[in-house]
Unconditional design. Sequence first.
Lengths: 261, 119, 832
Amino acid sequence: MDGVAGQRNAAVKVVISRVSGGGIVEYLGLGRVGLRHLALPLLLAPALAGCEGALSALDPAGPAAQSIAGVWWVMLTGSLVILAAMMGLVLWPFFKRHRPVEVPEKLWLWVGALGFPLIVLAALLAWGLPSGQSMLADRDGQVYTVEAQAAQWEWTFGYPDTEEVTQGVLHIPAGEPVDIAITSADVIHGFWVPRLAGKIDAIPGTTNTLRIFAPEPGIYEGMCAEFCGLEHATMRFSVVAHPQDEYENVLTAELNAEARP
Amino acid sequence: MTGQSRRVRGTDLVWLVAGFTVWAAGFSAVYGLHAVGCRAGWEEAGFAGLSANRIVLLAAYLGHSALGAALYFPLVRIAARWEGLSARTIRQTAIMVTLAAVISTLWTGAPVLFLETCR
Amino acid sequence: MTPTTPVGLHRALDAIWRAPRGIAALSAVNHSVVGRRFIITAFIYFAIGGVLAMLIRAQLARPENPFLGADAYNQIFTMHGTVMMFLFAIPLIEGVALYLLPKILGARDLAYPRLSAFGYWCYLFGGTIILVAMVMGVAPDSGWFMYTPLASSTYTPGINADVWLLGITFVEISAVCAAVEIVVTVLKVRTAGMALSRMPLMAWYLLVTAAMMLIAFPPLILGSVLLEMERAFNWPFFDPERGGAPLLWQHLFWLFGHPEVYIIFLPAAGAVSTLIPVFARTRIVGYAWIVAAIIALAFLSFGLWVHHMFATGIPHLSLAFFSAASMLVAVPTAVQVFAWIATLMRGRPQMSLPMLYLMGFFSVFILGGLTGVMLALVPFNWQAHDTHFVVAHLHYVLIGGFVFPMLAATYYWLPLMTGRLPVFSVSKAAFWLIFLGFHGTFLIMHFTGLMGMPRRIFTYESGLGWDLPNLISSIGGFVMAAGFALFVIDIVLQTRFGRRFRRNPWGGTGLDWAMPTPAPSYNFASLPLVTGRDPLEDNVRLGADIAAGKGYLAGAPRGEMETLCVDMATGEPEHVLLLPKNDYTPFWMAAGLAVFFTAFLLSAYWVAPLGLVIATAFGWRWLWSLGAKSDPALIDAGQGLRLPVHFAVPSVPTLLGLKYFLAANAAFYGSLLFGFLFLWTTAAGWPPQFLNASPVLIAGIAISLAAAAIFATLARRSNSREANGARMIWLAGSLAASLAGLGLLMGLAIMDAPPPDTHAYAAITMAIIGYVILHTLLGVMFAAYTLARCRAGFVSSLRSTDMRGTAIWQLYTAITGIGGLALIILAPGGLA
């Protein structure tokens, strides 16, 4: 078990190619690198070691993951500013130089407690809701669709026009959107490939569809995100994105290899 | 204002929760109707470029918002008659809560205005 | 001879209020005793939960750590969450509320002292069941959230999940009891002149919290009952292969689970609102704003639950409603924070010990609130959900929003219990260890989560960037644990060797500091007339005046335990509440339930009803002890005021409590009907089996239930007209109608309903019928009880509680019964 996982990690390290791309930050014309440098010094030292990792949502490769990582850095920076301002207000009355001041109650509460949060929250929603909608799968059958079935404690992947399946490894074409129809054979599991997109649950009796997009060929690690019993911790899988022109051949070869172990 | 002044009664405390009860009803209605509509295929029917699903959701959203806002007027009229202990605090609080409930109804249902249904 | 000196009053009162010692302590019902028991037991569970947390951090300190296996780890993290939420946080709130409420409201006890004693025994017995299971190695191991189908019998065949379902349900009985207790106490049991607008904010917070508990706990209790039915009798509510829906469990669980967070936070925020003005030497800014904010918070918190389910594949527009609501809930919280800041600014705050803990609260809780806003954002939630980011967030909110304020509150109110002040330096060191240890554990954990570490994994391999953050978290965790150990030492030191003081060490302005310390068993020698929000500021000699009997109901001239009941809004005295003496009934009733739950747990289904019979018998005895056989005279309450006794007025607290209990009951039933509708709209192939109910049978049931309600109302009216012959006839009619309804309902259940183990439709239909049967059966018992009470002479036109209660119950049964049957027969597959 450990050996397999170890090999998989080694492979990941080789294949990982850093991809930069669009997100909310570019959209706002801020530039992701700049913001990152702004936010990072404020984090604890270990965070400075970097956000790279085979399962790191902060090391995004797909557009959905990139967009979310971008908004995270924006929210982190904003939160730290708000936290500092609030703590300044809380602590200020304790300083010797503080004189009791009668804060104008209505103005203070209308502006500070109602106006300010409502504006910030409305801005977040105005970005977040359309953004979330844009990440959804279409369900119109136009996109290449594969099937993922979770069972305690393994992932099985099925492909169009074949009965053959692969276990633990999902093969997809790079550079095009792929929909994954996810279900479960027993308990609830969660399908999560952090570097590509957010997670969605695998629920028995239901099929949930998740759209992923791997711009570059490579191996993207995934895991079960929902607690599913004894071996939940080791219920991993990999998504291997192949160049589009090689995909059909590779998939056929992989399916044949699985068919005769 | 017409009517006799009177003391605040226990039953008047209903005004502290009336606004948000409308919010809760509106929230449940929009959430429930959305689930039912998507299951029953209301997405397919409709007119004037709006699906039946959207029309139902808009009606529930705007209806509850209007109902919540409408509470304000009887409240102000009735609360103006309260006098004696607690009257001022309960009046102030009831008006604030009722307004907050209208804002909440408008806020939480707002996605009906601009997001796709049933995806 | 009635004593008039302070010492004489004290002796007379203490003689009848004093807590019993030895084995008789089992009969204690006084709020100070019961509250203290709740608080101490909760802190013991906190220590147990803390040890479990340390085991978790020890295991995760290093990658591939062989310390714990998956099975042990799953039990430990499940128990950590379960213990902290159900056996620490909620009971601590209940304990604080039960202990403090009469003291801040100017009362001698709660509305129903025996009910809170009963609640304590339920809590203790239920918690013990869970703890014993853990010691025996069969603790729950499906997570504190118990998601189905993992927690169903197919995937958790052992006793583990049953321990959770039955133990927690048993404990939750105490939460519902405490909720009813708190609501009625705040609304009715206050001292003279304490209008709603003069209540300390803490009382508002507890009122709102308790009202939330009434609505929030029933869905969890229902979910637990349904899941236990599935596990024990194979009724497939959550089994997708037989028309059930795993997500139904999640809806019911989080419909409880999210309000629960605010139920935990609000009383702590109440403590913040109490402490800040005291230590800033000023009044709170924005009293009405805060009350409005907590009411808004209470409602909005019921519109957030799906944000725990953003990744379950629910349509995006539905998520959007909950995302918007989850963001909006930050606003009433901001109102409170800004009011607290304005209060600090207005005053000259001192960094005394409780204030130090409040500074911890501000820094931790604000950050937790900010990450909460992040998690409300749907796309970000898709990444962060089920990772250690959420673990970090929830600990920031719960430890920041609950534990820090509660530690501050402990330091603030402990002198009231002990009469001693803290040993300052130790407590300061404890604070810094807890504070730094906390941030050490959880700040880095946000990052660990975003680096992809999911929750609830017992091991991880090296090389994912998780090693160092986990090690830091573990070290921080042990620092924090050392801080809590020091806190315990400090409390023990303070209790034993603290500096004694006379009155009001902090300069508080509420009634809680207008009594001698340690607080006497009866709280107030006489009940003061309150003229403002800060009684001790309005009259600096208030404490001495109270002790000298210059208030209402001074001393115990009638040898009764008395306190005032007031008009809800204005605080004008209405009647005198006579409180019960110490009584073993609550203990034995809870013991009966313990027999029931234990037997059910051990699958001894034929022993279980025996426990219910014991509990019902003691319940009957309890009710029988209420009231009196003759109309009581008015009581001289002092200061020229003569008041009636509580059971001789229509606004008796008993009936108010019944109504609030029925509100909780309606929330339970509403959740059940929601389950029916949910399964109908989501499950495949609905319905497969038909309820072959004949319209005649259904109509017969409806008529019987309606008749029982109408007859009970007519009996009540005859009683108030003193038509004693007619009231017996109508009561007998109500009894007969209930019996007829019961028979017809049994017929429906046995002959016409499909077998409940065949399909979720059949199961939930049977659950609804079962609910109506249970309520009709209780209706039979209430009608019979009231008949017996009439014959025994307990009922008159003045003493009408039994009559009114029965009428209310029969009406509730008719409405819910007819409504439920209508839903069943109107839905597809209802009628034959």
